[in-house]
Write a protein that binds this ligand. Structure first.
Ligand code: ATP
Ligand code: MG
Length: 288
Protein backbone atom coordinates (compact mmCIF):
# COMPACT_ATOMS: atom_id res chain seq x y z
CA UNK A 1 0.00 0.00 0.00
CA UNK A 2 1.41 3.41 -0.92
CA UNK A 3 1.48 6.19 1.63
CA UNK A 4 -1.25 8.14 -0.20
CA UNK A 5 -3.54 5.12 0.01
CA UNK A 6 -2.76 4.74 3.68
CA UNK A 7 -3.83 8.31 4.44
CA UNK A 8 -6.78 8.59 2.02
CA UNK A 9 -10.09 8.84 3.87
CA UNK A 10 -12.24 5.72 3.78
CA UNK A 11 -15.27 7.91 3.03
CA UNK A 12 -14.74 11.09 1.02
CA UNK A 13 -17.66 13.38 0.23
CA UNK A 14 -16.99 16.40 -1.97
CA UNK A 15 -19.42 19.16 -2.84
CA UNK A 16 -22.41 16.85 -2.42
CA UNK A 17 -25.78 18.18 -3.52
CA UNK A 18 -29.22 16.60 -3.67
CA UNK A 19 -32.27 18.19 -5.16
CA UNK A 20 -35.60 16.39 -5.03
CA UNK A 21 -37.44 17.66 -8.05
CA UNK A 22 -41.08 17.33 -7.26
CA UNK A 23 -42.91 17.48 -4.03
CA UNK A 24 -46.44 17.85 -5.13
CA UNK A 25 -49.56 16.89 -3.26
CA UNK A 26 -51.49 14.00 -4.76
CA UNK A 27 -54.78 15.75 -4.26
CA UNK A 28 -54.15 19.43 -4.70
CA UNK A 29 -52.94 20.89 -7.95
CA UNK A 30 -50.08 22.64 -6.24
CA UNK A 31 -47.10 23.51 -8.46
CA UNK A 32 -44.14 21.15 -8.30
CA UNK A 33 -41.39 22.57 -6.16
CA UNK A 34 -37.84 21.41 -5.67
CA UNK A 35 -36.33 20.57 -2.29
CA UNK A 36 -32.62 21.21 -1.83
CA UNK A 37 -32.07 18.43 0.68
CA UNK A 38 -28.26 18.66 0.63
CA UNK A 39 -26.13 21.59 -0.53
CA UNK A 40 -22.40 21.63 -1.21
CA UNK A 41 -21.57 19.23 1.59
CA UNK A 42 -18.00 17.98 2.04
CA UNK A 43 -16.47 15.76 4.69
CA UNK A 44 -14.03 12.91 5.05
CA UNK A 45 -13.82 9.98 7.45
CA UNK A 46 -10.33 8.59 8.05
CA UNK A 47 -10.01 4.80 8.20
CA UNK A 48 -11.07 3.76 11.68
CA UNK A 49 -12.60 7.18 12.33
CA UNK A 50 -16.13 8.05 13.30
CA UNK A 51 -17.97 11.12 12.09
CA UNK A 52 -21.46 12.25 13.04
CA UNK A 53 -23.91 14.25 10.97
CA UNK A 54 -25.93 16.16 13.53
CA UNK A 55 -28.96 18.33 12.91
CA UNK A 56 -32.65 18.71 13.38
CA UNK A 57 -35.32 16.88 11.42
CA UNK A 58 -35.20 17.64 7.70
CA UNK A 59 -31.62 18.92 7.71
CA UNK A 60 -30.55 16.34 5.11
CA UNK A 61 -28.81 13.71 7.27
CA UNK A 62 -30.61 10.62 5.97
CA UNK A 63 -30.44 11.84 2.38
CA UNK A 64 -26.66 12.17 2.74
CA UNK A 65 -26.41 8.70 4.33
CA UNK A 66 -28.50 7.13 1.56
CA UNK A 67 -26.28 8.68 -1.11
CA UNK A 68 -23.13 7.50 0.68
CA UNK A 69 -24.35 3.88 0.71
CA UNK A 70 -25.60 4.12 -2.87
CA UNK A 71 -29.34 3.93 -2.16
CA UNK A 72 -29.91 7.37 -3.64
CA UNK A 73 -28.14 9.25 -6.42
CA UNK A 74 -26.50 12.63 -5.93
CA UNK A 75 -27.44 15.71 -7.95
CA UNK A 76 -23.96 17.18 -7.56
CA UNK A 77 -20.57 16.30 -6.15
CA UNK A 78 -18.80 12.99 -5.56
CA UNK A 79 -18.75 10.26 -2.94
CA UNK A 80 -15.89 7.80 -2.65
CA UNK A 81 -15.81 4.79 -0.35
CA UNK A 82 -12.50 2.96 -0.02
CA UNK A 83 -11.33 4.73 -3.16
CA UNK A 84 -14.31 3.67 -5.29
CA UNK A 85 -16.77 6.22 -6.62
CA UNK A 86 -20.29 5.53 -5.38
CA UNK A 87 -23.08 6.21 -7.83
CA UNK A 88 -25.11 5.22 -10.82
CA UNK A 89 -22.04 5.13 -13.07
CA UNK A 90 -20.27 2.46 -11.01
CA UNK A 91 -19.78 -0.95 -12.61
CA UNK A 92 -21.78 -3.87 -11.23
CA UNK A 93 -18.65 -5.54 -9.80
CA UNK A 94 -17.69 -2.31 -8.02
CA UNK A 95 -21.23 -1.87 -6.70
CA UNK A 96 -21.23 -5.38 -5.32
CA UNK A 97 -17.86 -4.85 -3.70
CA UNK A 98 -19.02 -1.57 -2.21
CA UNK A 99 -22.18 -3.20 -0.90
CA UNK A 100 -20.00 -5.47 1.20
CA UNK A 101 -17.71 -2.69 2.37
CA UNK A 102 -20.33 -0.26 3.60
CA UNK A 103 -23.44 -1.30 5.50
CA UNK A 104 -26.27 0.64 7.05
CA UNK A 105 -28.12 0.19 10.35
CA UNK A 106 -31.50 1.91 10.57
CA UNK A 107 -33.46 3.43 13.41
CA UNK A 108 -36.16 0.82 13.52
CA UNK A 109 -35.04 -2.78 13.03
CA UNK A 110 -38.71 -3.74 13.07
CA UNK A 111 -38.93 -2.16 9.64
CA UNK A 112 -35.52 -3.26 8.34
CA UNK A 113 -35.74 -6.92 9.46
CA UNK A 114 -38.00 -9.39 7.67
CA UNK A 115 -40.69 -10.31 10.24
CA UNK A 116 -40.93 -13.90 8.93
CA UNK A 117 -37.22 -14.64 9.11
CA UNK A 118 -35.45 -16.04 12.14
CA UNK A 119 -32.13 -14.46 13.07
CA UNK A 120 -30.35 -17.56 11.74
CA UNK A 121 -32.11 -17.44 8.36
CA UNK A 122 -31.55 -13.72 8.00
CA UNK A 123 -27.81 -14.11 8.63
CA UNK A 124 -27.58 -17.18 6.42
CA UNK A 125 -29.17 -15.29 3.56
CA UNK A 126 -26.85 -12.33 3.86
CA UNK A 127 -23.77 -14.58 4.09
CA UNK A 128 -24.83 -16.48 0.99
CA UNK A 129 -25.11 -13.16 -0.82
CA UNK A 130 -21.78 -11.72 0.26
CA UNK A 131 -19.52 -14.77 0.66
CA UNK A 132 -18.75 -18.15 -0.95
CA UNK A 133 -18.85 -19.91 2.40
CA UNK A 134 -20.15 -23.49 2.38
CA UNK A 135 -22.90 -24.46 4.90
CA UNK A 136 -20.61 -25.54 7.75
CA UNK A 137 -18.37 -22.47 7.82
CA UNK A 138 -21.51 -20.38 7.33
CA UNK A 139 -23.09 -21.93 10.39
CA UNK A 140 -19.93 -21.23 12.35
CA UNK A 141 -19.84 -17.63 11.15
CA UNK A 142 -23.51 -17.10 12.07
CA UNK A 143 -22.83 -18.28 15.62
CA UNK A 144 -19.78 -16.06 15.80
CA UNK A 145 -21.74 -13.03 14.58
CA UNK A 146 -24.54 -13.54 17.08
CA UNK A 147 -22.05 -13.90 19.90
CA UNK A 148 -20.09 -10.83 18.81
CA UNK A 149 -23.17 -8.61 19.21
CA UNK A 150 -23.98 -10.06 22.63
CA UNK A 151 -27.03 -12.09 21.69
CA UNK A 152 -27.58 -15.47 23.36
CA UNK A 153 -27.31 -18.50 21.04
CA UNK A 154 -31.00 -19.26 21.55
CA UNK A 155 -31.93 -16.03 19.77
CA UNK A 156 -30.83 -17.67 16.50
CA UNK A 157 -34.22 -19.33 16.30
CA UNK A 158 -36.14 -16.17 17.20
CA UNK A 159 -38.24 -14.03 14.89
CA UNK A 160 -37.78 -10.25 15.15
CA UNK A 161 -41.00 -9.84 17.17
CA UNK A 162 -39.73 -12.32 19.74
CA UNK A 163 -36.74 -10.12 20.52
CA UNK A 164 -36.64 -6.99 22.68
CA UNK A 165 -35.91 -3.64 21.03
CA UNK A 166 -32.27 -3.78 22.06
CA UNK A 167 -31.90 -7.38 20.90
CA UNK A 168 -33.45 -6.52 17.56
CA UNK A 169 -30.95 -3.74 17.09
CA UNK A 170 -28.16 -6.19 17.99
CA UNK A 171 -29.49 -8.57 15.31
CA UNK A 172 -29.51 -5.70 12.79
CA UNK A 173 -25.91 -4.91 13.71
CA UNK A 174 -24.96 -8.60 13.27
CA UNK A 175 -26.48 -8.51 9.81
CA UNK A 176 -24.58 -5.33 8.96
CA UNK A 177 -21.32 -6.96 10.09
CA UNK A 178 -21.85 -10.19 8.14
CA UNK A 179 -20.02 -9.00 5.03
CA UNK A 180 -17.08 -7.76 7.14
CA UNK A 181 -17.59 -4.14 6.08
CA UNK A 182 -15.09 -1.37 6.67
CA UNK A 183 -17.76 1.26 7.20
CA UNK A 184 -21.06 1.25 9.08
CA UNK A 185 -23.63 3.97 8.51
CA UNK A 186 -25.78 4.24 11.61
CA UNK A 187 -28.95 6.25 10.91
CA UNK A 188 -30.48 7.12 14.30
CA UNK A 189 -29.56 3.56 15.29
CA UNK A 190 -30.27 4.11 18.99
CA UNK A 191 -32.99 6.80 18.90
CA UNK A 192 -35.88 4.39 19.29
CA UNK A 193 -34.38 2.71 22.37
CA UNK A 194 -34.80 3.44 26.08
CA UNK A 195 -31.88 5.31 27.61
CA UNK A 196 -30.37 2.27 29.37
CA UNK A 197 -30.62 0.07 26.28
CA UNK A 198 -29.29 2.94 24.21
CA UNK A 199 -26.21 3.04 26.44
CA UNK A 200 -25.62 -0.69 25.93
CA UNK A 201 -25.89 -0.48 22.17
CA UNK A 202 -23.55 2.52 22.13
CA UNK A 203 -21.06 0.51 24.21
CA UNK A 204 -21.37 -2.40 21.81
CA UNK A 205 -20.79 -0.12 18.83
CA UNK A 206 -17.69 1.32 20.49
CA UNK A 207 -16.32 -2.15 21.19
CA UNK A 208 -17.04 -3.37 17.66
CA UNK A 209 -15.39 -0.32 16.16
CA UNK A 210 -12.23 -1.03 18.09
CA UNK A 211 -12.29 -4.78 17.50
CA UNK A 212 -12.82 -4.62 13.73
CA UNK A 213 -11.17 -1.22 13.06
CA UNK A 214 -14.53 -0.04 11.69
CA UNK A 215 -15.29 3.46 10.51
CA UNK A 216 -18.66 4.99 11.37
CA UNK A 217 -20.87 7.56 9.76
CA UNK A 218 -23.26 8.34 12.59
CA UNK A 219 -26.55 10.06 11.81
CA UNK A 220 -28.17 11.60 14.85
CA UNK A 221 -30.21 14.59 15.95
CA UNK A 222 -28.64 14.18 19.39
CA UNK A 223 -25.21 15.67 20.14
CA UNK A 224 -25.00 13.52 23.28
CA UNK A 225 -25.15 10.39 21.09
CA UNK A 226 -22.56 11.87 18.74
CA UNK A 227 -20.31 12.42 21.72
CA UNK A 228 -20.54 8.75 22.68
CA UNK A 229 -19.46 7.21 19.39
CA UNK A 230 -18.06 9.89 17.11
CA UNK A 231 -14.75 11.78 17.06
CA UNK A 232 -15.89 14.49 14.69
CA UNK A 233 -19.22 16.03 13.83
CA UNK A 234 -20.69 18.00 10.99
CA UNK A 235 -23.58 20.12 12.18
CA UNK A 236 -26.15 20.35 9.39
CA UNK A 237 -28.91 22.86 8.88
CA UNK A 238 -31.14 23.02 5.80
CA UNK A 239 -28.85 20.70 3.88
CA UNK A 240 -25.65 22.61 4.56
CA UNK A 241 -22.82 22.17 7.03
CA UNK A 242 -22.85 25.03 9.50
CA UNK A 243 -19.97 23.81 11.65
CA UNK A 244 -17.45 20.97 11.58
CA UNK A 245 -15.02 19.86 14.24
CA UNK A 246 -14.16 17.42 17.02
CA UNK A 247 -17.35 16.58 18.92
CA UNK A 248 -15.83 17.55 22.26
CA UNK A 249 -14.93 20.97 20.92
CA UNK A 250 -18.37 21.52 19.39
CA UNK A 251 -19.89 20.71 22.76
CA UNK A 252 -17.48 22.85 24.74
CA UNK A 253 -17.27 25.88 22.49
CA UNK A 254 -19.88 25.86 19.72
CA UNK A 255 -19.22 28.65 17.25
CA UNK A 256 -22.27 28.70 15.02
CA UNK A 257 -25.48 30.09 16.52
CA UNK A 258 -27.27 27.02 15.19
CA UNK A 259 -24.93 24.64 17.07
CA UNK A 260 -25.51 26.64 20.25
CA UNK A 261 -29.23 26.25 19.69
CA UNK A 262 -28.89 22.49 19.18
CA UNK A 263 -26.88 22.24 22.39
CA UNK A 264 -29.67 23.83 24.34
CA UNK A 265 -31.78 20.82 23.33
CA UNK A 266 -29.31 18.25 24.68
CA UNK A 267 -30.64 16.88 27.95
CA UNK A 268 -28.29 17.36 30.86
CA UNK A 269 -28.31 13.67 31.78
CA UNK A 270 -26.99 12.85 28.31
CA UNK A 271 -24.25 15.43 28.63
CA UNK A 272 -23.03 13.95 31.88
CA UNK A 273 -22.54 10.43 30.56
CA UNK A 274 -18.87 9.56 30.86
CA UNK A 275 -17.30 9.35 27.42
CA UNK A 276 -15.46 6.06 27.77
CA UNK A 277 -17.91 3.74 29.44
CA UNK A 278 -21.51 4.12 30.31
CA UNK A 279 -22.58 2.50 33.54
CA UNK A 280 -25.33 -0.01 32.97
CA UNK A 281 -27.48 -1.26 35.79
CA UNK A 282 -27.76 -5.07 36.14
CA UNK A 283 -31.47 -4.91 35.35
CA UNK A 284 -30.90 -2.93 32.19
CA UNK A 285 -28.30 -5.49 31.15
CA UNK A 286 -30.82 -8.27 31.29
CA UNK A 287 -33.36 -6.33 29.23
CA UNK A 288 -31.02 -5.43 26.42
N1 ATP B 1 -37.68 11.08 -1.55
C1 ATP B 1 -37.83 12.37 -1.28
N2 ATP B 1 -38.56 13.16 -2.10
C2 ATP B 1 -38.71 14.47 -1.85
N3 ATP B 1 -38.17 15.10 -0.79
C3 ATP B 1 -37.43 14.38 0.07
C4 ATP B 1 -37.23 12.96 -0.13
N4 ATP B 1 -36.44 12.51 0.89
C5 ATP B 1 -36.20 13.56 1.68
N5 ATP B 1 -36.77 14.68 1.20
C6 ATP B 1 -36.69 16.03 1.79
O1 ATP B 1 -35.33 16.37 1.95
C7 ATP B 1 -35.11 17.06 3.16
C8 ATP B 1 -34.09 16.33 4.02
O2 ATP B 1 -34.65 15.09 4.46
P1 ATP B 1 -33.83 14.01 5.29
O3 ATP B 1 -34.68 12.83 5.44
O4 ATP B 1 -32.51 13.84 4.67
O5 ATP B 1 -33.65 14.76 6.69
P2 ATP B 1 -33.11 14.21 8.08
O6 ATP B 1 -32.09 15.18 8.54
O7 ATP B 1 -32.69 12.80 7.96
O8 ATP B 1 -34.39 14.34 9.01
P3 ATP B 1 -34.91 13.38 10.22
O9 ATP B 1 -34.09 13.78 11.43
O10 ATP B 1 -36.33 13.76 10.36
O11 ATP B 1 -34.72 11.97 9.82
C9 ATP B 1 -36.47 17.21 3.82
O12 ATP B 1 -37.00 18.46 3.45
C10 ATP B 1 -37.27 16.09 3.19
O13 ATP B 1 -38.64 16.41 3.16
MG1 MG C 1 -33.36 11.01 8.89
Amino acid sequence: MSSTEATAPIVAVEGLGKRFEQRRSLFRRSPATAVEAVRDLSFGIPAGGSLALVGESGSGKTTTARIVVGLESASAGTVKVAGHTVGAGAKVAVRRKLAGQIQMVFQDPYVSLDPRQSVRRMLDEILRFHTDLTPDPRKHRIEELVESVGLPARSLAALPRELSGGQRQRAAIARALASRPQVLVLDEAVSALDTSVQAQILNLLRELRELHALSYLVITHDLAVARQIADEAVVMHNGSAVETGPVDELLRAPKAAYTQELLRCVPRAGMELPRRRIAVSPRAKRDG
